[in-house]
Design a protein around this ligand. Structure first.
Ligand code: HEC
Ligand code: HEC
Length: 259
């Protein structure tokens, strides 16, 4: 493990306090007004979100009143098809959002969210439009947690016994959009991570092993569970079972020759 790399990647990560997460969608109407905490409201950025129609599937429980009063009752969310977005500003990197808007199911298995291509320019190398940038800027302001979402998992974790063959199947389903079919870090979403570390090639010595747990295997398992804070790598702790993440960790360890 390289001390330099730890300094570059580990310290900003430590500085980040991961507050909340969850994928439990709940209707805006069920939200307890008490949780309307210290959530700043930027009218202009919120306007871009409303104009993009995100409210058709999402709520922002911490801004329910502001959205409804400024843009009409529907803007607070009409159908609980997608998750409540309160706290999402602590959960993902802006470049994750960009990749997600371009092709949600490439980085989020089985996503029901339609691609948001209207937020990109029509060029050979599409870029976010000004509206697209504003929508993401709005999402990044959503730092205050709500009681609706499950807290984002925090480490360290100890990996249960995993099965690398099962892990290979899960890897194809959940991870290839970024890490690529061979785990070499060249999935279709990787091009969105412009200023970030790209997904590492597992079958090489590129693994960094943030010392997030006691052993290499536990570190891999912990990173899969919590994500790598401040990077495009999301946590899977609320989406996959302990066993599934252990199988994935066993497979990644095998690719890297650490099993
Ligand atoms: C037709 C319904 C629909 C629309 C419209 C929609 N989404 Fe989604 N969205 C979903 C669903 C379902 C999910 C859960 C699966 C996923 O993350 O892809 C989701 C997930 C998300 C997530 C991840 C949340 C988390 O906690 O993991 C974000 C962020 C998000 N959407 C933002 C937006 C934004 C911003 C817009 C508008 C530009 C938008 N969505 C439009 C249905 C929708
Ligand atoms: C949205 C893109 C994305 C998805 C989906 C994704 N990863 Fe990652 N992953 C990354 C990026 C980017 C990094 C590099 C993070 C950093 O250190 O800055 C990474 C890092 C990692 C690391 C740490 C490697 C190291 O060198 O420290 C592991 C382990 C990992 N991913 C496993 C997985 C597994 C298993 C899956 C599927 C369950 C997955 N990832 C899904 C983007 C992704």
């Amino acid at each position: 493990m390289s001390g330099e790399k730890l300094a570059i990647i580990g310290l900003p990560a430590l500085a980040l306090i991961m507050l909340v997460v969850g994928f439990v969608a709940a209707p805006a109407a069920d939200v307890d007004p008490e949780i309307d905490a210290d959530q700043p409201f930027d009218k202009e950025l919120a306007g871009a979100y409303v104009k993009a129609g995100c409210w058709q599937c999402h709520s922002v429980s911490t801004l329910k009143t502001e959205l409804a009063e400024t843009f009409g009752a529907e803007a607070a969310g009409v159908r609980p098809l997608g998750p409540d977005l309160a706290g999402v500003g602590e959960r993902y990197h802006p470049q994750w959002h960009e990749a997600h808007f371009w092709q949600p199911d490439a980085i989020y298995h089985g996503s029901q969210m339609p691609a948001q291509r209207q937020l990109f320019t029509r060029e050979a190398q599409p870029k976010l439009t000004e509206q697209g940038k504003d929508v993401i800027a709005f999402l990044m302001t959503l730092k205050a947690p709500s009681g609706i979402n499950k807290p984002w998992p925090e480490g360290p974790h100890t990996a249960p016994e995993g099965n690398a063959n099962q892990g290979a199947v899960l890897f194809m389903r959940e991870c290839t959009g970024c890490h690529g079919v061979q785990g070499m870090g060249v999935g279709p979403a990787a091009r969105f991570f412009k200023s970030l570390r790209k997904p590492p090639a597992f079958a090489s010595d590129q693994l960094i092993f943030l010392q997030v747990a006691d052993t290499k295997l536990d570190s891999i398992y912990t990173m899969i569970t919590n994500g790598v804070p401040g990077s495009a790598m999301p946590g899977f702790g609320n989406r996959l079972t302990d066993q599934e993440r252990a199988d994935l960790a066993a497979y990644v360890a095998k690719l890297g020759g650490y099993d």
